[in-house]
Design a protein around this ligand. Sequence first.
Ligand code: DX5
Ligand code: ZN
Length: 230
Amino acid sequence: MARDLIAPSILSADFARLGEEVDRVLAAGADIVHFDVMDNHYVPNLTIGPLVCEALRKHGVTAPIDVHLMVKPVDRIVPDFAAAGATYITFHPEASEHIDRTLQLIHAEGCKAGLVFNPATPLSHLDYVMDKVDMILLMSVNPGFGGQGFIPSAMEKLRQVRERIDASGRDIRLEIDGGVKVDNIAEIKAAGADTFVSGSGIFGKGRAEDPNRYDTIIAEMRAALASVAR
Ligand code: DX5
Ligand code: ZN
């Protein structure tokens, strides 16, 4: 079984010091950088694009960058993110006219590909593309904002996706995004996740007061994850 990966969402980082924030959270033991791209069209918020991804690479970030596209259309922007240094590119099936084609495009651009499921999006979108996904991302909030509460039905959905992945025999990451904190991360792992996005749970509080805040939170998350056998 794959190693647990902690993926801080930089949506809740201090954007005025983004490079430093990413360096600090990786030094604290985070594994991959979760990069939320919002377009004020598919979701009601506007964030960062390929230039910022490229800037993080130029800054010296070598960890995988996990680009979560909350944009419509999808295909136009894929090559730009590949050129900017994305490792994973995930997208919402509702935002692509041709899901299989978009998955192929992401691979052709040299990145790993994934599908993202909103809380009410059915898993049937996976039926014919299990051989083309490297990651399945389940949203445990409706996309658009950090700091929302975890929607409990995501637990059962995680179990269902874990069954599908295990039945496929393929090496597919199961990522969860939204409301992940130190206190629920163990239960989320037990339901089947192996990749854990956390924005406000890591960046959200105490930044100014405690210079070791990220080390503390990531160590607490690791300890909680270690308490769950797989
Ligand atoms: C929401 C984003 C998330 C967000 C998670 O649309 O996809 O990645 O940053 O934030 P928290 O962990 O605060 O729920
Ligand atoms: Zn995200």
